[in-house]
Design a protein around this ligand. Structure first.
Ligand code: GUN
Length: 295
């Protein structure tokens, strides 16, 4: 029997509809949440992500200001831009699309963003608040994954969860967020990474596996327990001569073999990606409420 395909697009549409109703209410009080999205350089994947984020803002009624700079944009000018956005009253959230070109010191840019406008949840103040159990802005992808699990009927509470990857944006914060005592977390979490000796020994025990290590089709059907829930965070471009563009995007999960064994699985695209955007919108509305003192 094949796995249930978890439709991240459908769940994100539900969240966006809820947010739109909330934003309509804010608008009736004359308040419009605003998100600035900064794209530097010509990375096509980054350009696509920023476009999708701006379109999602439009759908729910968030004002979005997309700021595009060329590959030679200097670090000093980037810092000035962040300062300007920190000071703008029409902007509640700031998103600087990662990765940035090499001349820009990316951590320094992240640190410069006002933590109250850090809707990506990457600033160390917000990361620290997550660790302290007092989160304000949780990183968008882990937040989207928790919501996806909850809303698809796969609450991780009491479950064995294996997170593949310990990256700053997903694996590391997700492991913390999955293990806290809350209604939509409360899991027993194992983090596997390049130093893990026998990854399959861990994944075969897991009730839920989140693959976020950035290796195309790494997790295969023989590595999982029958009925496991598999969440694929990967977006890897591979060559595919049969595809009109000669390449296509695949996840960190070998979808075809895993779907034969898993109980449920997220597709790529259409799984975690739309949930990341929904979580970003949610954080932006939250930032707007906090900054403008609306309960
Ligand atoms: N690059 C890859 N994922 C993300 C994300 O969630 N936010 C930003 N700003 N950049 C990214």
């Amino acid at each position: 029997m094949g796995a249930v395909i978890i439709d991240g697009k459908k769940i994100s549409d539900e969240i966006k509809a809820e947010l739109k109703a909330e934003i309509d209410q804010l608008k009736s009080k004359g308040i419009v949440p605003g998100l600035a999205a900064v794209l530097v350089g010509s990375n096509p994947a980054s350009a696509l992500y920023v476009k999708m984020k701006a379109r999602a803002c439009q759908q729910v009624g968030i004002f979005s200001d997309v700021i595009i700079k060329d590959n030679n944009f200097t670090h000093a000018r980037m810092i000035d831009l962040v300062d300007d956005l920190n000071n703008r009253d029409d902007i509640d959230g700031i998103l600087v699309q990662s990765p940035l070109p090499g001349q820009i010191d990316e951590p320094a840019v992240t640190f410069r963003i006002d933590p109250g406008k850090d809707v990506d949840g990457f600033h160390p103040v917000n990361q620290g608040l997550v660790l302290a159990g007092r989160p304000v802005f949780e990183p968008a992808t882990p937040l989207g994954i928790l919501e996806l699990l909850d809303r698809s009927g796969n609450n991780p509470s009491g479950k064995e969860v294996v997170v593949l990857g310990r990256g700053l944006l997903v694996g590391r914060p997700l492991a913390v967020m999955l293990s806290v005592k809350s209604n939509i977390a409360n899991a027993t979490v194992t983090v596997c990474h390049t130093g893990t000796k026998n990854i399959a020994a861990h994944t075969r025990r897991a009730d839920i596996i989140v693959a976020a290590m950035g290796k195309a089709r790494f997790l295969t059907g023989d590595m999982i327990k029958p009925g496991a829930v598999v969440v694929d965070v990967g977006t890897n471009q591979i060559d595919d001569p049969t595809h009109p563009k000669g390449k296509r995007v695949v996840g960190d999960v070998d979808f075809d073999s895993v779907k034969e064994v898993a109980g449920a699985i997220t597709p790529v695209p259409g799984g975690v990606g739309p949930m990341t955007i929904a979580a970003l919108l949610k954080n932006t509305v939250k930032a707007c409420r906090i900054r403008r003192g609306i309960s």
